[in-house]
Design a protein around this ligand. Structure first.
Ligand code: DQA
Length: 146
């Protein structure tokens, strides 16, 4: 199957950005590992990080016609603000898992609302980079069930 891994604003800074909260792995390292896991599971994996809401929405739209079966998305702060991202995911009807490196529920109140969680297959928060990998395993099992 074809898996799409999306990361939103500021996640390009992983490794140096607030390492106490987000860890020391860079996004490159995380993505490379994910692609290895994907191929071990027999899947294709495409990764995109963008600081632009527009670019993430366009990529989600493209996923509708490029054969993407499942999306794993860490929307960064867009989680808490973006009705447009929600509508894009609803519009393409591709199942997705929402991932957060940090436990957003243990942080500021404004991080505790997500515009995506109620339409996600599942949500993983607080497990650091492992969250993406667990999401990928879950996606793989979901797809096998179909
Ligand atoms: C985040 C949590 C968000 O609240 C924050 O804005 C981020 C990263 C996380 O992975 O923990 O940019 O999505």
């Amino acid at each position: 199957a074809k898996l799409l891994v999306l990361n939103g604003p500021n996640l390009n800074l992983l490794g140096t950005r607030e390492p106490g909260i987000y860890g020391t792995q860079t996004l490159d390292q995380i993505q490379q590992h994910l692609c290895t896991v994907a191929s071990t599971l027999g899947h294709q994996c495409d990764c995109l990080q963008s600081n632009r809401e527009y670019e993430l929405i366009e990529r989600i739209h493209a996923a509708m016609t490029d054969g993407t079966d499942f999306i794993i998305i860490n929307p960064g702060a867009l989680t808490h603000t973006s009705i447009a991202l929600r509508d894009a995911l609803l519009g393409v009807k591709i199942p997705f898992i929402e991932v957060h490196l940090s436990n957003v529920h243990a942080r500021e109140e404004f991080r505790q609302h997500s515009y995506l969680s109620d339409i996600a297959v599942g949500v993983i928060a607080g497990l650091g980079p492992q969250g993406y990998e667990l999401a990928m395993l879950a996606a793989s099992q979901q797809l096998a069930k179909q």
